[in-house]
Write a protein that binds this ligand. Structure first.
Ligand code: ASP
Ligand code: MG
Length: 418
C-alpha cells in the first residue's frame, strides 16, 4: 500500500483533478487523502464567522458561493451541466446547519468543526466520483468513522490504536483498490465531527500510512520539493534533496510550510519514507524524508508569522523559572497555546507563541494566577539553521524591531516586530 496526499492547491480546479487522476495512473493498492479544494477551508471559516456573529445571511451567501465554485468544477470535469447528488446533499446539510443552529459561544469549536469539515467531504465526493467516471474504480472512505480522535475540537489528535481496526474494517474485501479519504477530519468519541488543526491533512495521511504499514507516503505539492527557505521571502532558495525525520520536525516546528509538524511521528514510528513531490511533474524527484539522510549542505531560513510575545513576571518577585514554570505552562496548555521559543531571566519569562483564538483568555488567566503579563502583537520568528557569517550579518542583526535573539553554535533565532 502507498499513501498519496493531495493538498487544496493541487485540486483547486478541474485541471488539478484531472492531473490527480494522471498521477494515480495505473497505480492500485493506493490510499489517497485529499484536502478541501482551493481556499474552501478559509471560506468555510467565514461561514462559521457568520454563524458566530448571528449573521445568517452572510453565512448563507458564503455557502452559495462555495456551492457555485464546486458546481463549476463538476461541470468542467463532466463536460456539461451535471449535478452530483452526493455533493448537493452535502451542501443542503451545510445550509441546514448554518440556518438552524442555535449558536452558543461555549460550543464555538464544536460548530467550527461541524462546518469546516464539509470542505473535505465535498472534495473527496467529487474526486471519488470523477475517478470512477474516468476509469479508476475506487472506494470513498468516511474518515469520521475511521479516525477516532480525542474528545476535543478544532485541533484534535487521532487515537491511532483505536482507529486502526476501524480503518482496516473500512478497507476490508477491497484488496488492491484505490481508496479516497478526507484529510483533516475524524470523529470524536461523542460522535461529533472533529478537525485535526489547519493544514492537518498531512497528518491524516501519515496516520493512514502508519496504520496500513504503507511502503511510502507522498505529498504532492505545487513546489518541486522542500526548499531551504520560502522563495517568496528569500529569493535565493534552493531545493533540499533529502532530509531526516528529526530535521524535518525541527523545520516544521520553526514554521517551515513543508508539512504539518504532527506528520512525522506516525511515519518515524514505522520508518515509512515521506516524499514531497511536485504535482506538476511526476518525473521530478522531489525531496525524500526518512530516518537517515545526507547532511543538509545549505543553511535553512524559516520565517514564522502570526506570533505574539508574552513577557511574564510573577508579582511577588519569585523566580519564574524555578517556582512557577509548571503553573504557566499548564495554563497555556489549557488554552491550547503553542510556544515556539522560550527565553528567561531571573524574574522574567518571555514566550513567543502562536496568535490564536484564546490568547487573551490565557493572558487573563495568567494575570489571575498572580503574574504580570505584557503582550506584544504582530511579531514574527525568524530561525536560521546552519547559519553562515554573511547570513548572520544580513539577517540577524539586533535593531529596534528585534526583541529577542538567541544564538547557538549552528542556529540563530530572532523574535522581531513585523
Ligand atoms: N483543508 C484544511 C486546511 O486548509 C486541511 C489541509 O489543507 O490540510 O487547513
Ligand atoms: Mg487546505
Amino acid at each position: 500500500m502507498k499513501v498519496y496526499k493531495f493538498g487544496g492547491a493541487s485540486v483547486r480546479n478541474a485541471d488539478g483533478v484531472r492531473n490527480l487522476q494522471k498521477i494515480i495512473g495505473g497505480e492500485r493498492d493506493l490510499f489517497i487523502i485529499v484536502s478541501a479544494m482551493g481556499k474552501t477551508t478559509n471560506a468555510l471559516e467565514r461561514v462559521f464567522e457568520g454563524l458566530r456573529q448571528g449573521d445568517r445571511a452572510a453565512a448563507a451567501e458564503r455557502i452559495a458561493e462555495l456551492r457555485e465554485y464546486h458546481a463549476r468544477i463538476v461541470e468542467d470535469l463532466w463536460h456539461g451541466p451535471t449535478k452530483l447528488d452526493r455533493v448537493e446533499a452535502l451542501f443542503d446539510e451545510l445550509t441546514r446547519i448554518a440556518a438552524e443552529t442555535d449558536y452558543d459561544p461555549r460550543d464555538a469549536e464544536l460548530w467550527y468543526d461541524a462546518i469546516v469539515a464539509y470542505g473535505e467531504l465535498v472534495s473527496t465526493s467529487i474526486i471519488s466520483e470523477y475517478l470512477a467516471f474516468a476509469g479508476t474504480p475506487n472506494r470513498w472512505i468516511d474518515m469520521r468513522r475511521c479516525f477516532l480522535t480525542e474528545q476535543r475540537h478544532k485541533d484534535a489528535g487521532v487515537d491511532i490504536e483505536a482507529s486502526a481496526p476501524r480503518l482496516k474494517a473500512a478497507l476490508a474485501d477491497a484488496g488492491g483498490s484505490v481508496f479516497v479519504g478526507q484529510g483533516f477530519i475524524g470523529g470524536a468519541p461523542d460522535g461529533t465531527t472533529a478537525t485535526l488543526g489547519r493544514e492537518g491533512s498531512d497528518y491524516s495521511a501519515a496516520v493512514v500510512a502508519h496504520i496500513l504499514d504503507a511502503e511510502s507516503m507522498s505529498v504532492w505539492k505545487d513546489v518541486d520539493g522542500v526548499m531551504n527557505a520560502d522563495p517568496k521571502t528569500f529569493p535565493d532558495a534552493v531545493q533540499i534533496p533529502e532530509l531526516n525525520y528529526l530535521d524535518t520536525i525541527e523545520l516544521a516546528y520553526s514554521g517551515a510550510q513543508i508539512i504539518h509538524p504532527k506528520t512525522i511521528k506516525p511515519l518515524q514510528n514505522k520508518n515509512i519514507p515521506l516524499y514531497v513531490r511536485p504535482f506538476g511533474d511526476k518525473r521530478k524527484p522531489g525531496t525524500v524524508i526518512r530516518g537517515v539522510s545526507a547532511p543538509v549542505e545549505v543553511p535553512i531560513l524559516i520565517l514564522k508569522k502570526g506570533q505574539v510575545l508574552l513577557t511574564i513576571r510573577s508579582r511577588d518577585f519569585s523566580f519564574v523559572l524555578e517556582e512557577k514554570l509548571g503553573t504557566i505552562f499548564s495554563l497555556l496548555e489549557r488554552y491550547r497555546i503553542k510556544t515556539n521559543l522560550v527565553h528567561n531571566s531571573a524574574v522574567n519569562l518571555s514566550l513567543c507563541v502562536d496568535d490564536t483564538w484564546h490568547i487573551d483568555k490565557a493572558v487573563a488567566a495568567l494575570r489571575e494566577a498572580g503574574f504580570d503579563v505584557m503582550k506584544a502583537v504582530d511579531m514574527e520568528l525568524l530561525t536560521i539553521r546552519g547559519y553562515t557569517e554573511p547570513l548572520f550579518l544580513k539577517y540577524a542583526q539586533i535593531g529596534p524591531k528585534v526583541f529577542i535573539r538567541q544564538t547557538t553554535q549552528s542556529t540563530v533565532r530572532l523574535v522581531r516586530k513585523r
